[in-house]
Design a protein around this ligand. Structure first.
Ligand SMILES: [Zn+2]
Length: 558
């Protein structure tokens, strides 16, 4: 216990303690920790479980003012930002709705702009809040997640997210992190592990005290290690992220990183922290205990010049130790004995040369058979030969998806052979790992269509001629709806996906909220008082291939 308290104290001395209260009044159980590894980014907050339901009261964790409201069908869904006078901003996301004051302010702006999606930056005197004031109700808006509250504390200046646990927001955690997998990496040109020049999985055994001992690693040259690890807190089985990872060689620390804070700009370098190829192939994240060149992450403790690389000499023996920690002082140690031995090995086949060499530091642009790829500077982390093909059916193959990208690139298709009518319904699709085509945000510009993407692999121009569909969900044509609070319609699209919708009652715009999980649009009759009894509903949908559908209905309401 004493150790835990000391550990926490030493970590968070620079952050105000107990300034922020809990955002919910229910016990804090996490389904996600700060700094957890996600797709192309670190998790910037903590995900608090809301008892598998929506509508749990969300409170301002300290006094301040609402400085930003963002409403979107994706990402954070409905989110509110509160700026506090002590230099920090708190963020509350995936909300179902806001409490009266904020909800009223928001709806007014949405009706003015005739848009559900909106971003607002209220002035400091418009929506002040006190500590513990009810601001919203938890939900599951945004991406396809279950109900939870995403809560963040950011340094207002620079919008730097910081681990909320360092501000004294306690979460019970008596469980040690779990290390699942260990891989050894031959890293220098002549390096080998177990007579292989490729990464090798190393088995390990559990000790009575929970620590681990790996099988002897026979290697030579420069090697490194990576592990798959997770941490569980009390009260839930969710596999969350660990706080820190250390590597010691013969008792001396040679690598450390921790997720105290990071900047959004650097977050994408996570693709160099993990073994990206392994992740793309197996869906499992191995975090490296060595720092790749070009890795600009600030999470590393830079005082260790070895950067986690281990030089193994023939005839020598070494002991490496990997220590995974959570923020409550629980830790798991994995000990790895290493024996230096040069064995005869077959060197890997050198990379296949193509006509498309990528110089990572330069702008690279290639064209063939009506397809152009343009990669801005530093799209890639290292130089390589791009595999770029255009098939007879016109589809394009842009390298294998196991190479990580730091930025988006532009992929352009020439569409001059298509008629104007054909072009109207044509779009660029990318194929996922199941070879299923998906709409890729397409910009139509005269004889060319282009998409900005971070994906590699197969792309094609595809057509969609089918209109989206819309059907009433909780009412019938000509029905009396006086007692109804909500009006719901079901919407769907067969292929390219719904791009936009617009709803009107009696010719006036109405706010329709799109529940993506249920595929319904919802109108709240409390938004506006209707005049008369007979009303006309009109909803128009457009998909990503310019197919439209308009639905009209008559209903009665007093
Ligand atoms: Zn989250």
């Amino acid at each position: 216990m004493l150790f835990n308290a000391l550990f926490l104290w030493s970590q968070n001395i620079e952050y105000p303690q107990n300034y922020f209260r809990k955002p919910l009044d229910i016990p804090i159980i996490l389904s996600g920790t700060f700094g957890e590894l996600r797709s192309n980014h670190f998790h910037s907050g903590m995900d608090i479980k809301t008892q598998q339901r929506e509508g749990i009261k969300v409170f301002a964790t300290a006094a301040g003012y609402v400085s930003r409201i963002k409403i979107s069908n994706w990402g954070f869904g409905k989110a509110v930002y509160i700026t506090h006078p002590n230099g920090y901003t708190t963020v509350y996301a995936h909300l179902k709705k806001f409490d009266t004051k904020i909800e009223k302010y928001l709806k007014k702006k949405q009706y003015e702009k005739e848009s559900f999606s909106i971003q607002l930056f209220p002035k400091s005197d418009e929506l002040p809040v006190s500590k513990g004031e009810l601001i919203a109700f938890s939900g599951s808006t945004g991406g396809f997640y279950g109900p939870h509250l995403h809560y963040e504390i950011r340094k207002t200046n620079g919008a730097i997210p910081i681990n909320p646990m360092l501000f004294g927001l306690r979460v019970a955690d008596h469980k040690k992190p779990t290390i699942n997998q260990l891989y050894a990496y031959p890293l220098s040109h002549e390096a080998q592990v177990h007579q292989s020049a490729n990464p090798v999985k190393i088995n390990f055994k559990h000790q009575k005290n929970g620590d681990l001992i790996a099988d002897k690693v026979v290697a030579s040259g420069t090697i490194g290690f990576a592990i798959n690890a997770f941490d569980r807190q009390d009260g839930a089985i969710n596999k969350n992220g660990i706080y820190s990872l250390e590597l010691l060689l013969n008792g001396k620390k040679v690598y450390e990183h921790n997720v105290e804070k990071f900047s959004f700009a650097e977050s994408k370098y996570i693709n160099l922290l993990i073994d990206y190829k392994h992740y793309k192939k197996h869906g499992q994240r191995l975090q490296k205990c060595f720092i790749e060149p070009n890795n600009k992450l600030s999470i590393y403790d830079k005082q260790f010049p070895e950067l986690g690389f281990i030089e193994v000499a023939d005839g020598m023996e070494y002991t490496a130790e990997i220590i995974a920690k959570d923020l409550n002082g629980n830790q798991t140690k994995l000990t790895i004995p290493i024996v230096g031995k040069i064995n005869p090995i077959t060197l890997p086949i050198t990379e296949k040369k193509t006509d498309y060499p990528i110089i990572a530091a330069d702008f690279n642009k290639f064209s063939r058979d009506g397809v152009t790829v343009a990669f801005p500077k530093n799209t890639f982390y290292k130089d390589f030969y791009l595999d770029f093909k255009v098939n007879v059916d016109g589809s394009a193959y842009i390298h294998k998806p196991t190479v990580p990208l730091n930025n988006s690139y532009t992929l352009t298709f020439n569409v001059s052979k298509y008629t104007a009518e054909e072009r109207k319904h044509l779009f660029i699709a990318s194929y996922n790992y199941k070879n299923k085509p998906q709409y890729s945000s397409t910009v139509r510009k005269e004889n060319t269509f282009y998409t900005k993407t971070k994906k590699l692999g197969k792309f094609a121009l595809l057509s969609d001629f089918k209109s989206p569909t819309i059907t009433p969900n909780n009412f019938k044509e000509g029905q009396w709806l006086t007692k109804f609070r909500y009006l719901k319609v079901r919407i769907s699209d067969n292929f390219s996906g719904i791009r936009s919708y617009r709803g009107e009652i009696d010719g006036k715009w109405i706010l329709l909220e799109w529940n993506l999980k249920k595929g319904v649009l919802v109108y709240d009759f409390n938004d506006r008082k209707l005049t008369g009894t007979k009303h006309k509903l009109k909803i128009a949908l457009t998909d990503n291939a310019n197919n439209t559908k308009t639905y009209t209905a008559t209903f009665y309401r007093k």
